[in-house]
Design a binder for this molecule. Structure first.
Ligand code: LFR
Length: 493
């Protein structure tokens, strides 16, 4: 078999990366070729992503491949969900994309539900109600009379927007579209009625394409500018979480996954959506996966809280690295205080340390006094929240959940992996940490006809990475602390 080399662009809320993957005899070798910052920019109180800077970094990555003589056969792009850009009639970008943490959607869903009731929106889409979903962003933009919204001819989600900048072709990739709360979960098409309150019709979205289809060739202009050949840009699973889940190295279907990064996405893989009164009440989502699968999952606030604390410590001349943080937490006394990571106070506070301290005071607990106490509180609380969501997930799973696969950057935290095994009482298997990029690369390989299906993909991953298993220990102690966590956070079981 000819050796194939692919380039994955994997964009998260804090950084973007170019990853080269080479598939040779069913072995995938990967390495990072570029890494660039991604951040939110505040302009007159509105929060934006700097799409042009991302685009520039992508072009520099292409030029770097040329400099290093890497013979790339295709390109794929995955990013975070829900955000989008508006294009004008002439195809020009009307503005930078608003960032999902922009408070413009605060209290907007409730107003939207005066047009279409909340239950109805969930019944059609099966998507969890979160105020940053594209449907509410569009409605908020309409209410603001946001000029790009009023003049839009087309809307492209972030991976589609970047593919458009690279190829000039407009598509609406299915997995990323499924985060918008605009898709009909059954027909997998945009539901026009849901766009009406935002004053738009279905034709603002290009036709849906599925992972594995080709979007187009790299544009002649960029090819000339960078020296990079005109290879196909492939529609992978444009949503980072979908790409990550495609890369869960599971052997059978009896698993739950936790895709751990800025967000922690916990769920199961299904053949059909589950849209019931209970899934509505517990706000589980049915996002689109590869090969017709459904990602039945829940968003849990993940490393975001820690990332925000790290930023503050860095500003205060305490630039802790990840290993130090883990060591600090390990040495600290357990279960001194708990937070609910998903409390709205942690969504976008000006000062995360203050937000944690206030939460503790309000719930009758002593606020953390130093970095070690803070990180221990974050890790204890995350592990507890994972157990809480897993308990709910078990009620829906059509199979016994026998293990939890933790993938993504957060999988590199052995302490939290062990805590999670202890609190959930099931084995935790960690890795790959690079799941999003690996999923992206193997979906390109599938589009090129090099692998057959997700089972093949997962076998390649299993053979190629080091996985670690964490068996539950001290479960009684953790169960007791879990009761305490439920008491403090007032979460109902
Ligand atoms: C993870 C993620 C989640 C999505 C959140 C916001 O990076 O894509 O799946 O809910 O970001 O887009």
């Amino acid at each position: 078999m000819k050796q194939h080399t692919m380039l994955a662009f994997d964009l998260g809320a804090t950084s973007g990366r170019g990853i080269i993957g080479t598939l040779n005899n069913n072995r995938l070798e990967t390495y990072e070729i570029s890494r660039f910052p991604n951040r939110v920019i505040n302009i007159h109180g509105k929060l934006y992503w700097n799409l042009l800077s991302i685009f520039e970094s992508m072009k520099e990555t292409l030029a770097e491949c040329v400099r290093r003589k890497i013979p790339v056969d295709s390109i794929g792009i995955d990013t975070w969900g829900v955000d989008f850009v508006y294009l004008g009639k002439d195809g020009s970008l009307l503005s930078m994309p608003r960032a999902y943490r922009d408070p413009y959607t605060e209290r907007i869903p409730e107003q939207y539900f005066t047009h279409i009731p909340r239950e109805e929106v969930y019944r059609i889409t099966g998507t969890q109600i979160m105020n940053f979903n594209s449907v509410y962003q569009l409605y908020a933009a309409r209410k603001e009379n946001y000029a790009p919204h009023l003049h839009a001819d087309k809307i492209l989600f972030i991976p589609d927007a970047l593919a458009y900048l690279l190829t000039g072709k407009c598509v609406c990739e299915y997995t990323i579209a499924s985060t918008a709360q605009l898709l009909n979960a059954r027909s997998r098409e945009i539901e026009p009625a849901l766009l009406q309150p935002a004053g738009m019709g279905k034709d603002v979205f290009p036709g849906i394409v599925f992972p594995g289809e080709k979007i187009g060739l790299l544009s002649e202009l960029i090819s000339r500018e960078t020296g990079f050949p005109r290879v196909p840009v492939i529609s992978v699973a444009g949503h980072d979480t979908a790409s990550a889940i495609a890369a869960v190295p599971a052997q059978d279907e009896k698993f739950a996954y936790l895709s751990s990064g800025t967000w922690s996405l916990m769920g199961i893989e299904l053949e059909e959506p589950i849209i019931t009164k209970d899934s509505y009440r517990m706000n589980f989502t049915n996002e689109g996966g590869i090969e017709g699968t459904i990602r039945f999952l829940k968003n849990i606030t993940g490393m975001w809280i820690l990332e925000e604390c790290l930023k503050i410590w860095k500003r205060n001349d305490k630039p802790y690295d990840y290993e130090e943080i883990i060591l600090m937490a390990q040495k600290e006394k357990p279960f001194q205080r708990f937070i609910d990571p998903d409390s709205p106070t942690f969504a976008c506070p000006k000062d995360m340390l203050k937000a944690i301290a206030e939460y503790c005071s309000e719930t009758g607990q002593l606020p953390p006094e130093n970095g070690a106490e803070t990180v221990r509180c974050i890790f204890d609380s995350l592990a507890m929240k994972y157990n809480y969501v897993l308990g709910r997930l078990k009620k829906f799973a059509p199979f016994p959940i026998e293990k939890l696969h933790i993938i993504g950057g957060g999988a590199k935290n052995p302490l939290l992996n062990q805590f999670t095994a202890n609190t959930t009482g099931i084995p935790v298997i960690s890795g790959p940490a690079e799941a999003t990029a690996i999923g992206n690369l193997l979906l390109q390989a599938k589009a090129l006809g090099l692998v057959e299906n997700r089972h093949d993909m997962r076998r390649i991953i299993r053979n190629g990475i080091r996985m670690e298993t964490f068996m539950p220990v001290e479960t009684d102690k953790w169960q007791k602390a879990y009761r305490e966590f439920l008491n403090i956070t007032r979460l109902e079981e």
